[in-house]
Design a protein around this ligand. Structure first.
Ligand code: OAD
Length: 237
């Protein structure tokens, strides 16, 4: 990497690849979620309007698999970096699992929402949720049977965009971990960060779609690359 001495503010973007070694399927790898399910049927705002049962069942199924999944060394390494990094640090994740938090990270924004939250379409209330939603439980706040998963569907605006761009503007280093670079706006963060002067680093199993935008790409499993990189940062290079 370039001059590590100048790095104070770090923005880290993560995707499904960081949770792959925890046993959570990625979307676009061979055998991934979008090979087994059609996103137009289970992950778009139109699909929710057309056939809510199907979409609610898809997210109930995925939420139900989270309990026996655990953070891997990549999540733990980011948790430690978050705890010990003296400058600004923000983890922006596209993942809806809670493995960053369980790995000790505190400065995390879930731009695509969270599996373990429900959102009431009647009163806009948000609440922690572990049970199923396809059976239309009543909202604990307003009583309406109008709960949905608090995840961002295709066609909806991702969460926290103002805070994310504010952090990108201040970033000295932008690091992308385990994401294919296929979905915007996250896929464009590298260009924004770079245009504004940040160093850019990709850690991924294979070159992502936006790989050429990064000054440096390291290829391999996140469970190895992330602890090694975080260790470099904490030891000053
Ligand atoms: P993808 O499934 O598109 O990409 C996962 C990336 O992780 C690929 O580039 C893999 O090569 C890489 N990868 C796989 N295993 C890895 C490992 N052990 N270590 C490091 N890298 C590994 O997942 P995302 O990029 O996160 O959005 O997908 C972005 C968005 O598309 C998701 O948030 C979701 C999806 O549709 C919505 O549902 C709105």
């Amino acid at each position: 990497m370039g001059d590590m001495g100048k790095i104070r503010n770090i923005v880290i973007l993560t995707g499904a690849g960081i949770s792959a070694e925890s046993g959570i399927d990625t979307f676009r790898s061979p055998g991934g979620i979008w090979e087994r399910f059609d996103p137009d049927e289970v992950a778009t705002a139109e699909a929710f309007a057309r056939d809510p049962d199907k979409l609610l069942g898809f997210y109930d199924m995925r939420r139900g698999t989270l309990d026996d999944k655990h953070p891997n060394p990549a999540h733990h390494a980011l948790g430690r970096l978050d705890a010990e990094w003296p400058g600004e640090l923000l983890i922006v994740t596209q993942n809806v699992d809670d493995l960053h938090e369980r790995g000790g990270a505190r400065r995390v924004l879930h731009m695509h929402g969270e599996h373990l939250n429900a959102l009431c379409t009647a009163c806009d209330g948000r609440m922690p949720w572990r049970a199923t939603l396809a059976d239309r439980p009543a909202c604990p706040d307003c009583g309406e049977r109008a709960l949905r998963p608090d995840v961002v569907l295709f066609g909806e605006v991702p969460y926290h965009m103002d805070a994310i761009f504010a952090a990108l503007r201040q970033a000295d280093l932008f690091v992308s971990i385990g994401t294919s670079g296929a979905v915007y706006p996250a896929a464009g963060f590298v260009q924004t960060a770079r245009d504004l002067g940040a160093q850019t680093l990709e850690l991924n199993l294979e070159p992502s779609e936006g790989s050429t935008w990064f000054e440096e790409s390291r290829l391999g499993p996140a469970s190895e690359l992330v602890p090694a990189w975080a260790g470099e940062m904490l030891s000053g290079g």
